[in-house]
Design a protein around this ligand. Structure first.
Ligand code: HEM
Length: 500
C-alpha cells in the first residue's frame, strides 16, 4: 500500500497547459490531425506526455523505446482496451479488437494465430493472387476507378478467407453488407455519452446528445444479421457438402464430434466478423495509398519495375515465392507503410494497474497511444524521415540499413495486429503485380503535358487518399495506368478467363 501511495505522489508525464476541470478537452485534436498534433507535442514535452480529458488520463508514447518498454515489455499491464459503448450495447464488446484483456480475448487470439500465423498464412496465396489478378483486370479496363478496384480486392480476400465466399461483383450481397457495416463503424467513432457508461443506451431518445439510442435500435438488427447469417450460411454449406475452405468452415468442422461448445461458436462468429472489420478497410487503403505514392515517385516505380523484369523475367507475374528475390520491391512497400502509415496514431490500449516509468506515474486505467507518426518520423532511426526513400531499408552500403518499424505499423505486445502476415502478403501481391504490369502515371492535358498530381492524405479511422489532380474537383486521384508489359496482360486474361 505504501508503495502505491508513493507512486501516486510521482508526477504524471508532462503535457500542454490544461484548463481547470476540462483539462485538454478543448485542444484535443480531431482524428484528421491527431497524429501530427501529438507529434508536435512530443517535440515539446518529450517522448512520454500526458493529457487530461474529463474522467480520463491519456498517455502518448512517441518513441519506439517508450512504446516497446511499456506496451511490449509490460504488456500484462497495457493490453486492455477502452470501452466502446455502441459495441457493448449490441453485444460485440468482447470481439477481438475491442475485447478487454482476458480469457475470451486469448481464445480469439488463438483462432487468429491458428488461421493467420506466419507459418500457415501461405494457404491464402491462391486467393490473394486471384484477387490481385481481378484488380489488374479492373485497372486495365478502368484505371480511374482504381479506388473501387482496391475495395473489391480487399473485400474479395477477407470474405473468401473468412467465410469461403467468392465475391462476383461489387453488387454482391456480402460486399454491400460489408460497406454498410463500415459506414456504421465510422459513425460510432463520434464520442458520446455512451462511451462513459453503457446504461446511457437506455436514455429516452429525445434527450439532447442521445442520438445513439435511435442509432442502436436501427442498426442492431443489421449487426445481428452480419454476425449470425453469414456464419449460418457456412453451417448449411457444410451440411450440404458445398462449403469452401475458410476460417469459419474449419472452425465449425473442428467442433464436429465434440460436445457443442457455445463459447467456441461465439468466438468464431465474432472473430470472423473482425476479419472483415480489421482487414477490409486497412488492406483497401494500403493499396490505394501505394498507387498514389507510385504516382508521386515515378523514379521509384521504374527502379522497382527494373528489379522485377531483371529477376523474374517478363513472361510471368510475380508471386509471393519471389518475395525474397525482390528486395527493392519489399523496401518500396515498407516505405509506403512507414511514410503514410495506415493507422497513424495507433489503436488505444488501456492500462490495468498503476505504473511508474522514468520517474513518472502512469495511473491505472490510462488510455495509452503509441503515436505511429512520431515513431516513423524519428530522426534517430531514419535519416530525412519525412522523405520517401525506399532504399533506406536496403542493407549498407547500397542503402542506409535502416529497420522497418513493424511494431509502429502493426501494433504492440499482446494487441499486435492479428492479421499482419495476411495483410503483408495481400499488399505485396497487389503491389508487385501492379508494378509488373502497369506504369502508373498522371493524366495528360490537351497539349499532351502531364498534369501534376496534387495528392493529399487524410485520416478518419485509417489513412486514405482524398484529393486529386489539381484541375479536377474529384475526391480520388485521376491517373492513367499505362500498360508496360503486354505479355503479362495476356497472361492475366489467360489465367483468369472471365473475371469470376
Ligand atoms: C495493411 C493492413 C493492416 C494494418 C496496417 C493493420 C494494423 C493494425 C493495428 C495498428 C492494430 C492495432 C494494434 C495495437 O493495438 O497495438 C491492428 C489490430 C488488429 N488487426 Fe490489423 N492491420 C492490417 C490488416 C489486418 C488484417 C488483414 C486483419 C485480419 C485478417 C487484421 C486483424 C487485426 C485484428 C483482429 C486486430 C486486433 C488485435 C487485438 O486487439 O488483440 N488486420 N491492426
Amino acid at each position: 500500500r505504501l508503495a502505491s501511495k508513493k507512486r501516486r505522489k510521482l508526477p504524471l508525464p508532462p503535457g500542454p497547459p490544461a484548463e481547470p476541470l476540462i483539462g485538454h478537452l478543448r485542444i484535443f485534436p480531431d482524428p484528421a490531425s491527431t497524429a501530427e498534433v501529438f507529434h508536435g507535442w512530443s517535440v515539446k514535452y518529450g517522448d512520454v506526455f500526458s493529457l487530461q480529458v474529463p474522467g480520463e488520463t491519456v498517455i502518448v508514447l512517441a518513441s519506439e523505446k517508450a512504446a516497446s518498454d511499456l506496451l511490449e515489455k509490460r504488456s500484462a499491464i497495457y493490453s486492455d482496451r477502452i470501452r466502446f459503448g455502441y459495441y457493448d450495447s449490441i453485444g460485440w464488446g468482447d470481439a477481438i479488437i475491442l475485447a478487454p484483456y482476458g480469457p475470451f480475448l486469448t481464445r480469439q487470439h488463438k483462432l487468429f494465430s491458428d488461421a493467420f500465423g506466419k507459418g500457415v498464412v501461405h494457404v491464402y496465396r491462391g486467393v490473394q493472387e486471384r484477387e490481385a489478378n481481378i484488380l489488374l483486370k479492373g485497372l486495365l479496363d478502368d484505371p480511374n476507378d482504381f479506388d473501387r478496384h482496391a475495395i473489391r480486392f480487399a473485400g474479395g480476400i477477407v470474405t473468401d478467407v473468412g467465410y469461403g465466399h467468392h465475391i462476383d461483383s461489387l453488387d454482391d450481397d456480402f460486399f454491400s453488407m460489408g460497406e454498410r457495416f463500415l459506414q456504421y463503424a465510422t459513425a460510432v467513432t463520434a464520442p458520446s455519452l455512451l462511451d462513459l457508461h453503457p446504461r446511457f443506451a437506455y436514455l429516452p431518445p429525445w434527450v439532447p446528445g442521445a442520438w445513439f439510442v435511435k442509432f442502436i435500435k436501427e442498426t442492431k438488427p443489421f449487426m445481428d444479421a452480419i454476425l449470425n447469417n453469414n456464419f449460418q450460411r457456412v453451417v448449411e454449406q457444410i451440411t450440404a457438402g458445398t462449403a469452401r475452405p475458410s476460417f469459419v468452415a474449419s472452425n465449425i468442422e473442428a467442433m464436429y464430434g465434440e460436445k457443442h461448445d457455445a463459447e467456441h461458436e461465439r468466438a468464431t462468429k465474432l472473430a470472423a466478423v473482425m476479419i472483415f472489420a480489421a482487414g477490409f478497410e486497412t488492406t483497401w487503403r494500403a493499396v490505394t495509398i501505394f498507387i498514389a505514392v507510385m504516382l508521386l515517385y515515378p523514379e521509384v516505380q521504374e527502379k522497382a519495375q527494373e528489379e522485377i523484369d531483371r529477376v523474374i523475367g517478363r513472361d510471368r507475374l510475380p508471386d509471393l515465392g519471389d518475395r525474397d528475390s525482390l528486395p527493392y520491391v519489399q523496401c518500396v512497400i515498407n516505405e509506403v507503410m512507414r511514410w503514410e502509415p495506415i493507422v497513424p496514431f495507433g489503436l488505444p490500449h488501456r492500462s490495468v494497474a498503476d505504473d511508474v516509468y522514468n520517474g513518472m506515474h502512469i495511473p491505472k486505467g490510462s488510455i495509452v497511444f503509441a503515436n505511429t507518426r512520431s515513431l516513423t518520423w524519428d530522426e534517430s532511426k531514419f535519416h530525412e524521415p519525412q522523405k520517401f526513400k525506399p532504399e533506406r531499408f536496403l542493407p549498407k552500403p547500397e542503402g542506409a540499413g535502416e529497420i522497418f518499424p513493424a511494431s509502429a505499423v502493426f501494433g504492440w505486445g499482446r494487441r499486435v495486429c492479428a492479421g499482419r502476415y495476411l495483410a503483408e502478403g495481400s499488399l505485396w501481391t497487389a503491389a508487385a503485380r501492379i508494378l509488373a504490369v502497369f506504369a502508373i502515371s498522371p493524366e495528360k492535358d490537351a497539349n499532351g503535358q502531364s498534369i501534376k498530381p496534387n495528392i493529399k492524405f487524410t485520416t478518419m479511422l485509417t489513412r486514405s487518399v482524398v484529393t486529386a489532380c489539381k484541375n479536377k474537383q474529384s475526391s480520388i486521384i485521376l491517373c492513367l495506368t499505362v500498360i508496360r508489359n503486354l505479355l503479362r496482360v495476356i497472361f492475366i486474361h489467360a489465367t483468369n478467363g472471365p473475371v469470376n
